[in-house]
Design a protein around this ligand. Sequence first.
Ligand code: AMP
Length: 426
Amino acid sequence: MKVLIVGAGGREHALAWKCAASPEVAEVLVAPGNAGTASEPKVRNIEVGAEDVAGLVKLALDERVDLTIIGPEAPLVAGVADAFGARGLKCFGPPRAAARLEGSKAFAKEFLGRHAIPTAHSRTFTRDSFDPAWVRSQSVPLVVKASGLAGGKGVVIAGSTAEAVASAQAMFAGRFGAAGHEVVIEEFLAGEEASFIVMTDGRHVLPFASAQDHKRRDDGDRGPNTGGMGAYSPAAIVTASVHARIMREVIEPTIRGLAAEGVPYTGFLYAGLMIAADGTPRVLEFNCRLGDPEAQPLLLRLRGDLVQLCAAALEGRLAQVPAAWDERAALGVVLAAAGYPDTVRKGDVISGLEQAARLPGKIFHAATRLEGGQVLTNGGRVLCAVGLGASVAAAQREAYGLAQAVHWSGVHYRRDIGHRAIERGA
Ligand code: AMP
């Protein structure tokens, strides 16, 4: 089989690495990929952008690709799965109509409301319908969200109603471009966050192991929000009873709701959840793809054959393929470039990758590129060092062993990924 992975980040490196491990796979193409995917056995990068839908369809036809897995959200929201389907190409990822669950927070909130799935109370506004008096009547903190795709940065936790009004107005004025034309304002939920990811063929659901990520840039969960500075699996907060509640109260009604609305969903579905102290899960957001960096530790733990799972899902028989999880915990630390999440310098030489390759664990590349035999930084989140261990603490030790082996000028990473689980004794 020939598999195509679309994307260029750490999640896509992990997907390519996992697919290449399948005995059924002869070759994995990655469009466009990074220096890490370029160096994996059986994997070849192709210079086609992840959002070039027509270019991706042509590539899949020219190369006679058997299965395509879409990494990031933007091509899904742009309708890449529809374009592949129209040409009879197998593509693991939801169609545009379903990807709106991620592409429009306003749509997602309406969907949650229609199907009585627990989430924060909210209202959605445009510039014309904005009602500052309503905002002033609410208790704080309030959460103000640009409705469209904003790379994880379009959310403001406002400590005062004045700040909430100002944040919404800044969004209407174009702070996040078109993503801020609609703004969702919602109640602040207390609790602990967890990422709950499933594969689905629209009827059957295969829950992945639980995971938790760290969105803030600095130790102690401080500093600006980022795309994610690290993640680990399992998440201690998702106990067996919380897991059962998430399936019953969130995942199953979501899949049933999509089916009832005539929206076929094949792909990964990611629910970002706030788990209250009593174990009640509430949806913060949906994503229509694997999380990054959650994918890196999750795919290191996946014992099943991902290609077989995706192929089965595309044939509506996901329930028939077994998937098991490594008993060990996995933990990934993101190594970022100086300045992240704002403007970062690119082109710094990364050293120590060969030494790191001899250590236990796995480094997945994100923003890297090859030039003259050297690996250079090429964006904000550069690498993700993932360790495995009998406990989250042991996986953390292995991950930091890897992180310490590599270096470039200005490298920044958190030293406390997994701290909540480790404080619980996990
Ligand atoms: P989202 O993109 O909607 O997941 O929001 C990004 C981050 O903002 C989440 O991971 C939470 O840390 C935080 N957040 C979003 N909505 C809420 C909420 N209603 N209550 C508390 N925190 C929130």
